[in-house]
Write a protein that binds this ligand. Sequence first.
Ligand SMILES: Cc1cc2nc3c(=O)[nH]c(=O)nc-3n(C[C@H](O)[C@H](O)[C@H](O)COP(=O)(O)O)c2cc1C
Length: 184
Amino acid sequence: MNIIGLSGSLSAPSRTRALVAAVLGEISRQTGHGGPLIDLADIAADLGRTLGSFVLPPAIEAAHGQLRAADLIVIGVPVYKASYPGAFKHFLDLLDPKVLEGKSAILMATGGSDQHALILEHQLRALTSYLGIYSAPKTLFARDTDFSDYRLASPAIAERVALVAGQARRLLRTPAAHGLAEAA
Ligand SMILES: Cc1cc2nc3c(=O)[nH]c(=O)nc-3n(C[C@H](O)[C@H](O)[C@H](O)COP(=O)(O)O)c2cc1C
């Protein structure tokens, strides 16, 4: 079972990365299956100088390979100008559109306010659906004020992390890890 996180933030440190890591950790707690995290901040410079997909820099090729091998992708993006970052879209544009077909995903975003939370529904879900990815029905949106020093600091968001991790478990058809109730 391959689970992978994808943080679409170009910042380091990053709230988006922290959110993706928190959900990966909770999925591991609930299912016993962990996974690595692709951080676009690590390959942003390569992305910026790559115009076509004929010969990709090794770091981008490696990240694409991790996505190709995944069963479930935990996707987190920051809102930049009422959308996901252009570099995140470019990372996916460099990938054959068919290779993510049939995979599952959890969709998440971070933003300065709730004003653009619906990018999850009308932009990120539209993009992942185009790629043939089955996204979980409940998404997760966290504001900057839900973090302290780039760590989650909101009980309400912690609850939501548990909820989306439960959805991941269902998408993966994995029984609850020993000691966890079979809930939501
Ligand atoms: C270039 C840029 C544009 C942004 N535009 C928006 C926006 O339109 N709406 C919003 O709610 N937040 C916006 N933000 C705030 C970020 O979404 C927010 O601070 C997010 O938590 C950043 O995640 P990070 O820590 O992973 O970089 C913007 C931030 C940047 C850097």
